[in-house]
Design a binder for this molecule. Structure first.
Ligand SMILES: N=c1c2ncn([C@@H]3O[C@H](COP(=O)(O)OP(=O)(O)OP(=O)(O)O)[C@@H](O)[C@H]3O)c2ncn1[C@@H]1O[C@H](COP(=O)(O)O)[C@@H](O)[C@H]1O
Length: 108
């Protein structure tokens, strides 16, 4: 797979390791310590911040907020015991298939 996929995989591996780390020294461990609801709240906040950034049109801000969103989404996957490879495989499966075609196949 691509270098981008490798980057996501490497980050996901770090996040798995941090699950059981000390909440005093690891932000990821602190999130897990707070629990799933706190992680999901964070994903929601970061999604909103990314949307606001995109609306504002500042490229640097869009990149920064999207990175925050992707990071927190990876923490969510980790908390849900879903490997990042499952999401990457789903995107691979969809590659080359138009969203319109896919929707029609669902009868919508
Ligand atoms: N990629 C990230 C990453 N992106 C963002 N963040 C943190 O996510 C938080 C973003 O939340 P906000 O912007 O809302 O800022 P905040 O007010 O400090 O956050 P809250 O107190 O509201 O949760 C900040 O504390 C950032 O530092 C990250 N923290 C960690 N990582 C990666 O995760 C790895 C493990 O991190 P630790 O668990 O801290 O060792 C690191 O080596 C990095 O690779």
């Amino acid at each position: 797979m691509s270098e981008a996929a490798d980057t996501l995989r490497a980050l996901a591996a770090t996040l798995e390791q941090r699950k059981g780390a000390d909440p005093d020294t690891s932000y990821v461990a602190r999130l897990h310590h707070k629990g799933l609801d706190a992680i999901l709240k964070k994903v929601g906040e970061e999604a909103t911040e990314a949307v606001v950034a995109a609306k504002g049109g500042d490229r640097e801000q869009i990149v920064y907020e999207t990175a925050d969103l992707w990071f927190h989404t990876l923490v969510m996957l980790s908390a849900s015991d879903v490997p990042v490879d499952a999401v990457l495989a789903e995107l691979e499966r969809r590659a080359g298939r138009s969203g319109i075609e896919e929707k029609a196949a669902r009868g919508e």
